[in-house]
Design a protein around this ligand. Structure first.
Ligand code: ATP
Ligand code: ATP
Ligand code: MG
Ligand code: MG
Lengths: 161, 163, 161, 163
């Protein structure tokens, strides 16, 4: 049981370090056992250090920093034990354009063997997708269709405004 | 393995008639205006795969999931998840349809390829393809920033569950 | 005491109806006393009806719809009893472009006699402002400056990426 | 009446040196990359005007507000809010400076135009200009979507407080 846990812990940690460094250049993130001698006697701490900043109180991070850290952890788990699909709903709500691009790039590279269904209001993120699904509401009923290019959906958005 | 498409009938904002939501492999972006019905797709997935709570479905109870508008109300809320099986599921079939129907009295009927199953059997079946209740693969709107706020013990439990 | 309450209630309600109708064309929103005969024996319900949709369970609204409703309420209160300044931090995180524009328009019209300090990652919202304040982090220390046009800050964002 | 500018020293990410954050009347948009220090401006305002809790300042306790980096730490966290008074405050002065200093031991010193005041007196003074602890005029990041989730009683209390 301990072996299974340590195998998961070490691999996810290795993935987290690499993925976080990609998403937050110059930054570092890693997991740390509270009790190294008896992992099950303690929890797992997350030590995050964006470029140039101190490792400190996780809650003092900005909205964008928390999002990037959370996504790095989800992707780290995904590389160790993938689910067949991922559903992300507006995970980019608090990301600036540069970070949204990095996340789009990362999802695209991972989507060769894994399905990512990503709800987004940011064109910059949608531009990395293989396929666009458009949704609009007409008289309180949702209509769903395949979108061939983003200008179509922009037209739809303008109509409903 | 991926979700080929979702079929809905009477579920949340999708109206009474049968409606197909195309998905498919790779990176699929869902776009459209506020209130269109994008997040309801995530609700349909968690609803049918038994990985939802009424709270994260934004429903007071299951009957709130039944389409209603101007007094008219659907008979039921029904969702089919059409999966392409490339070996994740230890079965012969290349196409797997998971479905769930909720009736007005709140009762749920789960099926795998048309055969009734109990919810816990569905969960066991999905676990074989690494689809879990807390697999951290379904991230609902507004929740991503809460993940870093987890307690160290909670974080350890996640790694334990994965191991 | 009842008179003061009813005066506030009726005025804020009047404001809410008008403001919500502006932000959500074709939609309606209003407050309702749970107990009309004895207001203090009950609470206040919020009945919201976006265009074409039923008044229903508030929690079933979308992220954008909840944001618009919340802002309408805040502005309704503001018109009855204004504070000298308002600070809004990424209130547009879940708004599509059309709604972000409406909110920008409304803030601009109200800013003639009230100060609005609005943190935003959306250029479309920032474009309605009288003044832009730029913030960047250099080596873990925040730097703050006046921005003369949005292309300056886009350059800064690219540098830190 | 509006905030002309904010002066900070040792507060959160703004470094040890005195720094001016220009604001001014009308519609001021604050822009910049993730992690830059934009939301810390809202924290500076709520901190100095006594309308904050350590939770919505994203600090474990007040000493977490003191700038620190690579082992070096500021002496204190200090914020001045420079207000232009156009009659909202029943005093002669056109310029009002509210300040708050937190020392490493967690003690707070509040001042109005250089004169020490108790926190509750500051709150009474600010209330005259309609600046309240829950005036719904300060909306922190990630909180706007929670407002509609309030209970009916909570909503009535808001209207009562305003009346
Ligand atoms: N049972 C139901 N019957 C009819 N409509 C419903 C039902 N349940 C939810 N809805 C409607 O679904 C809409 C919300 O849809 P959804 O959350 O998918 O929007 P969205 O596209 O994600 O928008 P946003 O971009 O603002 O997040 C609401 O307007 C709500 O009224
Ligand atoms: N006491 C402190 N000393 C040094 N840095 C601090 C301190 N407290 C907070 N910070 C830093 O401030 C940063 C967060 O700043 P802030 O929340 O203002 O960012 P932001 O510009 O709003 O970003 P976002 O767009 O992602 O919301 C964090 O990186 C955090 O490490
Ligand atoms: Mg949504
Ligand atoms: Mg912020």
């Amino acid at each position: 049981k301990l072996n299974a846990f340590m195998d998961a812990f070490n691999n996810i940690n290795k993935n987290l370090k690499r993925i976080y460094a990609f998403l937050s250049p110059g930054g570092k993130a890693e997991m740390e056992l509270e009790n190294e001698h008896d992992p099950f006697a303690g929890g797992i701490n997350l030590r995050v250090k964006p470029r140039g900043k101190d490792v400190k109180y996780l809650e003092s991070m900005s909205g964008g920093e928390k999002t990037i850290t959370a996504l790095a952890l989800i992707f780290a788990i995904q590389e160790y034990k993938p689910s067949p699909f991922y559903y992300f709903d507006e995970v980019d709500a608090h990301l600036d354009e540069a970070n949204a691009r990095k996340v789009g790039e990362l999802i695209r590279s991972k989507s060769r063997d894994t399905q990512f269904i990503v709800v987004t209001l940011k064109e910059v993120l949608a531009s990395y997708a293989d396929k666009l699904i458009g949704v609009t509401a007409r008289g309180g009923v949702s209509k769903v269709f395949t979108v061939n290019n983003l200008s179509e959906i922009i037209l739809e958005e303008a109509k409903s405004a | 393995t991926y979700i080929e498409k979702i079929v809905v009938e009477g579920f949340k904002s999708y109206g009474k008639d049968r409606l197909e939501i195309p998905l498919g492999k790779g990176f699929v972006a869902v776009v459209g205006p506020n209130g269109a019905g994008k997040s309801n797709i995530g609700d349909a997935i968690s609803f049918a795969l038994g990985i939802a709570t009424t709270k994260n479905l934004r429903a007071k109870n299951l009957s709130y999931l039944i389409f209603s508008r101007n007094g008219e109300r659907a008979e039921h809320a029904y969702v089919e998840i059409h999966l392409k099986n490339d070996g994740s599921f230890p079965v012969e079939e290349e196409d797997i349809i998971i479905s769930r129907r909720v009736l007005r009295d709140g009762r749920s009927i789960f099926k795998i390829n048309g055969v009734n199953v109990r919810e816990k059997d569905l969960k066991k079946f999905l676990a074989k393809a690494h689809i879990y209740e807390d697999g951290y693969n379904v991230v609902m709107q507004g929740t991503i920033t809460q993940l870093t706020g987890m307690s160290p013990l909670g974080r350890r439990r996640i790694v334990e569950d994965i191991a």
